[in-house]
Write a protein that binds this ligand. Structure first.
Ligand SMILES: [Zn+2]
Length: 80
């Protein structure tokens, strides 16, 4: 994305393409860089916007792993 918005738009919203929603949605306008006076489309604010699936999967895996350790302390506690 190479869209640059004016600094006045920072903190407001703009319409931009969301790769997760696969359509144009409302995005928060973020500062391009600290000290910069230019804005760029930030996070998607669409209520239907789904969180990144890879993060969710990772969290799920971690939670399952954690539960396994709690249920089978002997399997994972042999190093003690
Ligand atoms: Zn989105």
């Amino acid at each position: 994305m190479s869209e640059h918005l004016s600094g006045q738009a920072i903190g407001q919203t703009c319409t931009s393409w969301c790769h997760s929603c696969r359509r144009f949605t409302i995005h928060r306008v973020d500062r391009v860089a600290v000290g910069s006076h230019a804005g760029k489309p930030g996070p998607c604010l669409d209520p239907g916007h789904a969180p990144k699936p890879e993060v969710t999967k990772q969290q799920q895996r971690r939670r399952i792993e954690q539960r396994r350790r709690e249920m089978n302390p002997l399997l994972f506690g042999h190093h003690l």
